[in-house]
Ligand binder design. Structure first.
Ligand SMILES: [Zn+2]
Length: 609
């Protein structure tokens, strides 16, 4: 078996060619079948199919390209004189290293888990060794004779190293290091684009939230909560308890939010998102580095992003990580009707999966479900499309825009459609609460219901993302039901998104989390006369991105609105007497406006509020 320096190239081994060709064909076949199945499914609107098939649709071409590369690599090495054993080992390691590096790249990049440095180093060592082996085999086939002589020993070492790497690598988040016998479970349900101003539980004149109104009878209903931003990524970061910054188009933070705190305490936790995977928003800070949340900075990630689309990488990280689960029907087209019709399913899947997870952790766990409803394109349950008046499907080009008076009829029909979607969202939540009751979890679980931001369907603007900080866009719901609570309370404290995470940690008794910029709201619910004196700040998307846009400062019952580019002039409203913020009182209360401007000037984005 010894490989000696060869004087001529060996002839091509037809058996090997057939073997690799067969491998290649099977992958291609799998890809074609699944692609075909998806196309058929696109035609049969509304029909469900196993989630696995959708996901595998993406995995198949990935494996297909990897196996093709490996097969070509094997063939090339064998033609250069390497033995089958060596070439097989090299190609196997190539595959393994490739998959692991995707995993590590994503872990570091998209922050699913924080990989121990030893795994990273071991991986780099294996990768470099394998590349060297491949290079030597390619250049000087004869020098690998010692490999042949020692092949049994080498195989054992290789198997041992592989096993050790598998064990060392954190495929799963750490299990509870201690028992939280007295800690209840908690569930945070956030809706995307749910404005408090469109919810009957907050006084809206249409019955859009009957189930939340029911829940309000035994919950703390916070009436003055505002999102710190007006679009999803920084909003979700703020709900995690941290105040993100924007740098070079990336959302960044180096604070440790609720996710890292729970991970550090070994408290079971899981996110179930119905649209964007949470890896895009959550992060694991690495020592001495500032991580981006959706970032594109590590070389590993960049190398892979040359080969695969980001959504494939994000999806793969979800497949490999146990910390986050999300249900994301795979399509690249945001305005694709098929996508949105199909997207009716994931909300229920996320909620059911969350209930399953809570049931499996009777000693306490935290789950966060983020539902895409009622976000644009406002896709209500079909049987609700006659509620509140005529409505029609929404053309995407009108969203997040100012509109003219001549378009008012269209906006009215859009408002009907949005309210129907709010009703659908309320129904989904109601079914989830029923499910918790049926499983016996309702009375032992801390329930927190909120939203990332609101939505405007009037006042000259439709949508949320843009320059505006209208009350319809910034005012979000917050209902908190401590386990077993039977008393409904209306809490008037001036609060915002970053207060949600400290409140949950406080109510679970897990941490005071003093480093977090927000404050626990539970003292304000215990004592309704207590008022917060803090200034709370909401930045519009434009202001967040450094473009001209509005910034709102909330203090007690007042709201001041400044332009990000020039804070000299501002408007002031008293939301107690003017809930929509329409009558400017800055001329009669210049001292309040000045104090709020000073508070804003004193606050860097990462330090606010
Ligand atoms: Zn959103």
């Amino acid at each position: 078996l010894a490989v000696t320096a060869q004087t001529s190239k060996p002839s091509l081994n037809l058996g090997d060619v057939q073997y690799h060709l067969a491998l290649w064909l099977v992958s291609a076949y799998l890809f074609a079948v699944l692609d075909f199945a998806k196309r058929i499914d696109d035609l049969l609107l509304g029909m469900t199919y196993p989630e696995l098939a959708v996901n595998f649709f993406t995995l198949a071409p990935l494996l297909w390209s990897l196996s093709l590369t490996a097969a070509l690599g094997c063939l090339g090495l064998e033609r250069r004189g390497g033995s089958r054993l060596v070439t097989f080992a090299v190609s196997f390691c190539f595959l393994t290293v490739n998959l692991w590096s995707i995993k590590i790249g994503l872990a570091a990049k998209l922050a699913t888990v924080s990989p121990p440095q030893r795994s990273l180093l071991a991986l780099v060592a294996v990768g470099v060794t394998m590349l060297l082996c491949a290079a030597i085999a390619w250049k000087h086939p004869g020098r690998l004779a010692w490999v042949e002589a020692q092949k049994a020993r080498l195989l054992k070492v290789l198997a041992g190293a592989t096993l050790a790497l598998c064990l060392a690598f954190p495929f799963r988040p750490s299990e509870p290091g201690q028992v939280y016998a007295d800690t209840p479970s908690a569930v945070l349900v956030t809706f995307d684009g749910l404005s408090a101003t469109h919810m009957s539980v907050y006084g809206y004149d249409r019955p859009t939230t009957p189930r939340l109104l029911e829940l309000a009878q035994e919950s703390w209903v916070f009436e003055n909560v505002h999102s710190n931003f007006t679009y999803t990524p920084p909003c979700l970061a703020s709900l995690e308890g941290v105040m993100p910054m924007q740098m070079g188009g990336q959302i960044m933070t180096d604070e440790r939010g609720i996710w890292e705190i729970l991970r550090g305490k070994g408290y079971p936790h899981r996110a179930f998102f119905s649209y964007f995977p949470p890896q895009v928003y959550f992060h694991s800070p690495l020592p001495d580095s500032r991580m981006t949340r959706s970032g594109k900075t590590t070389a590993l990630y960049q190398a892979h992003s040359l080969l695969f689309a980001e959504r494939d990488l994000v999806w793969l990280s979800g497949l490999l990580s146990e910390e986050f689960v999300y249900f994301w029907p795979f399509t690249g087209n945001y305005d694709d009707d098929i996508f949105w019709r199909r997207n009716q399913r994931p909300g229920e899947l996320s909620l059911a999966a969350a209930a399953d997870y809570l049931q499996k952790h009777p000693r306490g766990a935290f789950v966060w479900v983020h539902l895409w409803e009622p976000h644009f394109p406002y896709w209500p349950d079909p049987d609700l499309r006659q509620e509140f008046g005529p409505s029609s499907d929404t053309p995407g080009e009108f969203i997040n825009r100012h509109y003219t008076a001549s378009q008012q009829t269209w906006v009215d029909s859009l408002r009907n459609r949005y309210d129907q979607t709010v009703l659908s969202a309320d129904r989904k939540l109601g079914r989830f609460l029923d499910d918790l009751k049926a499983r016996g979890l309702y009375d032992t679980t801390l329930l927190v219901i909120s939203a990332d931001h609101g939505e405007s369907l009037g006042g000259g603007f439709v949508g949320h993302s843009g320059p505006r900080v209208m009350e319809s866009i910034t005012r979000i719901p917050l209902l908190i039901r401590p386990p077993g609570n039977r008393v409904g309370k209306r809490v008037k404290v001036n609060a915002c998104s970053i207060d949600v995470a400290p409140t949950i940690l406080d109510l679970l008794g897990l941490a005071k989390a003093e480093h977090l910029p927000g404050e626990s709201l539970s003292p304000y619910a215990e004592d309704l006369s207590k008022q917060s004196d803090r200034y709370k700040i909401t930045r519009s998307v434009n202001a967040f991105l450094g473009l001209p846009g509005e910034i709102a400062v909330y203090w007690r019952t007042y709201k001041a609105v400044f332009l990000s580019v020039d804070r000299k002039f501002g408007k002031l409203y008293n939301l107690q007497t003017d809930p929509q913020g329409l009558s400017d009182i800055s001329l009669t209360h210049p001292e309040i406006l000045a104090a709020m401007r000073a508070a804003l000037d004193a606050t860097k984005p990462e330090q606010s509020p």
